[in-house]
Design a protein around this ligand. Structure first.
Ligand code: NAD
Ligand code: TDX
Length: 331
């Protein structure tokens, strides 16, 4: 099987490539990645001899057409992925998340190639802290940020290409991922690398916002379950019942580093900050028999801390510029 992985040099995409090489030796992997600030060739270094990396954009129709023509399956991770960046400059989010997805859809339509679209729970907006409800595939779309609205738009493009053109596609909407190779602009690796540097973690607002954490390996095993057993045209929500508020996450990290629970700073809140995400993954579990393996968040977090300690050469080059950008925003 020939698989084209877009965004395979990013956080979740590179972990997907590692998992695929490890567990599915029959799969031939090609990665298409623009190597933006968020993509890193080094994230594929351990599998470099088993994977072809093509540097280019999913908005380049001729390049996309030639790569899709030579594939049996496209797994589409490439995106501009950071909410805070989308508030400063939405333009690349519209280009990559909307135009890029459109470009891929046109190519898979032309060549009759199976497509799996990776999306986020943020398309559903947010929930109240005390709401017993979780997101389900029937929850209405209600995105808050330029990031989540472009992801919502990309999901709707996929649905329309399935219905109007018979494209063979599935969609997954996952909750917040953590694990190795995550860019240090994101919440957990930002705090881990701050703590390694002896800097106090930075909590937006009061820290009451809830995210539903899942280990990246569990996200990717669910993606394979959907590729292999999912029904065409369906949307599957991926989550592992990992709700935690941001304050709890920071306190757990402080404990892992042997520091006092209150040794952090409150910084300026994110405008339009979604309050709570929570996933009901019943459909994925019941229909496809998927279960997560990393159910102990604290031990998953400890392993992630160890990974960042052991891989300073991977993240160090981005640290200063990332923190300078946050400092300019009062965060
Ligand atoms: P990331 O920012 O770490 O990686 C994105 C990758 O896409 C990078 O390698 C980047 O170079 C590449 N890219 C960006 N623009 C491109 C373009 N125009 N052409 C080709 N490549 C391009 O993101 P991530 O956290 O790994 O997220 C991957 C996908 O998963 C995204 O679609 C995101 O919306 C979705 N998702 C992420 C999370 C999460 O918690 N991180 C949760 C749910 C869904
Ligand atoms: O320094 C910080 N302090 C802080 O309190 C940062 C960077 C974030 N936060 C808060 C904001 C959020 O409530 O932590 C939470 C998580 O923030 P992010 O890591 O930026 O993730 P989020 O905005 O929840 O979006 C993530 O999950 C859904 C991914 O970045 C998206 O790509 C995915 O779709």
């Amino acid at each position: 099987m020939r698989v084209l992985v877009t965004g395979g040099a990013g956080f979740i995409g590179s972990n997907f490539v590692h998992q695929t090489v490890r567990e599915r030796p029959e799969v031939r992997v090609t990665v298409l990645d623009a190597l933006t600030y968020a993509g890193d060739r080094e994230s594929l270094a351990p599998v470099a001899d088993k994977v072809t990396l093509v540097e280019g954009s999913i908005t380049d129709a001729a390049l996309v057409d030639s790569l899709v023509a030579d594939s049996d399956l496209v797994v589409h991770f490439a995106a501009e992925s950071h909410n805070d960046n989308s508030l400063n400059d939405p333009s690349p989010f519209v280009q990559t998340n909307l135009i890029g997805t459109f470009t891929l859809l046109e190519a898979v339509r032309k060549h009759g190639v199976r497509f799996h679209h990776i999306s986020t729970d943020e398309v559903y907006g947010d929930l109240e802290l005390d709401d017993p409800a979780k997101f389900t595939p029937d929850t209405p779309y209600n995105p808050s940020s330029p990031y989540s609205s472009t992801k919502a738009g990309s999901d709707l493009l996929v649905r329309a290409w399935v219905r109007s053109f018979g494209v063979q596609a599935t969609i997954s909407n996952c909750s917040n991922n953590y694990g190795p190779y995550q860019h240090i602009e994101k919440f957990i690796p930002r705090q881990i690398t701050n703590l390694i540097d002896g800097v106090r973690p930075k909590l937006y607002g009061a820290g009451e916002n809830v995210r539903d954490w899942i280990h990246v390996e569990d996200h990717n095993s669910a993606v394979w379950a959907i590729i292999e057993r999912g029904r065409i045209g369906e949307t599957y929500l991926i989550g592992a019942d990992g709700e935690k508020n941001n304050l709890e996450v920071v306190e757990t990290l402080l404990e892992i580093f042997g520091l006092a629970k209150d040794d952090f700073e409150h910084v300026k809140d994110r405008p339009g900050h979604d309050l709570r995400y929570a996933i009901d993954a019943t459909k994925l579990r019941d229909e496809l028999g998927w279960t997560p393996k990393y159910t102990d968040f604290e031990s998953g977090l400890r392993a992630t801390v160890d990974w960042y300690k052991a891989n300073e050469a991977w993240w160090r080059p981005a640290k200063q510029a990332t923190e300078a950008k946050y400092a300019a925003q009062g965060q």
